[in-house]
Design a binder for this molecule. Structure first.
Ligand SMILES: Cc1ncc(COP(=O)(O)O)c(C=O)c1O
Length: 424
């Protein structure tokens, strides 16, 4: 008889935040969907600026962008990244094709019983890959919506103190899905706990450039002290070019811990097996980031997200059912339920849609899943339940990406009205 080919932890690996899209597609023939689950600015109709296209077009004329590049990086890109951070040595930088590429190497190269502690809510690409690798549930520390989404540091410390398997603390700053941007004292506290318990620290800094109040953001390298750590940097959020699949990691304090240095070296060897990452995005990265057009463009985008966040606060502030903590970074809006009856049932007018929604909800037990699916069936607004971000809180996530301000306002009004009627 043939042997089973599945690993026992296969079921821990999921990217559930796309699942509601399948249901939306089934009802799309009836009316246009408001795709509020999307985090891709291009899919949300952001126009790709001509200056960016020109840089890429000019690079495309050069023969060298069609070849392999060195495993770690292209020299000119490395020089550029190093020029921005005096703490970095040449060997501290390693380019990847995208976050998933880095995740696959970093988490899969960990010993099976070495665990990472995640924020709750957490971005599931990280947490589900790590949990699948460990063949167990993810371990989390709570971000507290009643305290600006700051972490429960006591819980974090207790968990790392009593679980010797935890070797890394993971932080996302600014965060997805909560928008939180951690102040310096919190970043220092993460590092302090890592140091006290001899742990490593990883910070995903993908939204680093998208803070609404620049001086509030502190990178890992600003606070790391002598603790071994990794910062993850990607170009897919501050540039409307997620399809470039380009990013890099920066390792700090490899000289302070041999085990950490050996681990980082194993990442390099693993990368050597696949030769190198994509050449073109690395090649144009310094020119893009140094261009005046980029700085203007980034500023305009941040202003737009800030304005959307102000609008969301204004529209939802008198809602009795919904609660937001106003975003300060990234481009998400997480909406929580405020003291509502979670037993309330809903009937959708259209029987065909009611059946599709009920089918989709089979096996789903959380209240926010029911709410999001019914809201989709009744209003055509497609959002993502917060429980899909491994969250203990019920709520949902939409974005601040909508290009058309009128449409953004309309979507929020629809959500507000739907929530009011739901509990009437
Ligand atoms: C915190 C965080 N890290 C990484 C990623 C992955 O980005 P990409 O798929 O563009 O590499 C995302 C995407 O939404 C994210 O929110």
């Amino acid at each position: 008889m043939r042997k089973n080919i599945l690993l026992p932890w296969n079921k821990e690996l999921s990217y559930i935040i796309r699942e509601i899209v399948e249901t939306a597609k089934k009802i799309e023939h009836k009316k246009t969907i408001y795709w509020e689950n999307i985090w891709d600015p291009v899919a949300k109709w952001e126009k790709i600026p001509q200056w960016l296209k020109n840089i890429v077009k000019n690079a495309n004329e050069k023969d060298e962008v069609y070849g392999y590049c060195p495993t770690r990086w292209l020299d000119k890109t490395l020089e550029y990244v190093m020029s921005k951070n005096s703490k970095l040595k040449k060997t501290d930088i390693l380019f990847f094709n995208w976050l998933g590429d880095a995740i696959n190497k970093i988490y899969k190269w960990l010993a099976f019983d070495s665990r990472i502690i995640w924020p709750n809510p957490a971005y599931p690409t990280h947490s589900s890959t790590e949990a699948a690798h460990a063949g167990s549930f993810h371990i989390t520390y709570r971000l507290d919506p009643n305290n600006h989404w700051y972490p429960d540091l006591e819980e974090l410390e207790n968990k790392v103190k009593y679980n010797p398997n935890i070797v890394w603390i993971l932080v996302i700053n600014p965060d997805n899905p909560t928008w939180v941007v951690f102040p310096k004292f919190i970043m220092e506290k993460f590092v302090e706990i890592a140091k006290k318990y001899n742990l490593f620290i990883v910070v995903d800094e993908i939204y680093e450039k998208l803070t609404y109040n620049k001086e509030e953001h502190y990178c890992l390298s600003d606070v790391i002290w002598d603790v071994p750590g990794i910062a993850m940097k990607w170009i897919s959020k501050d540039l409307p070019w997620p399809g470039a699949r380009c990013g890099w990691i920066e390792t700090y304090n490899t000289d302070k811990d041999k085990n950490f240095a050996d681990f980082c070296h194993s990442l390099l060897k693993f990368k050597m097996v696949e030769v190198c990452s994509t050449t073109l995005p690395q090649y144009v990265l310094p020119e893009i980031y140094e261009s005046g057009d980029y700085k203007n463009y980034l500023w305009k985008r941040i202003e737009k997200y800030k304005k959307r966040a102000d609008l969301a606060e204004k529209i939802l502030k008198d809602s009795k059912e919904l609660k937001i903590i106003k975003p300060k970074g990234a481009f998400y809006l997480t909406i929580l339920f405020d003291k509502v009856d979670k037993q309330k049932e809903l009937k959708i007018q259209d029987n065909e849609i009611q059946n599709i929604i009920e089918d989709a909800l089979v096996g789903k037990e959380r209240f926010d899943e029911k709410f999001c699916y019914f809201m989709l069936g009744e209003t055509w607004v497609c959002t993502v339940p917060l429980s899909w971000f491994n969250s203990d809180y019920d709520g949902f996530r939409m974005t601040l990406l909508e290009e058309d301000e009128e449409q953004f306002i309309q979507i929020l009004e629809i959500i507000k009205e739907f929530s009011k009627n739901y509990w009437e």
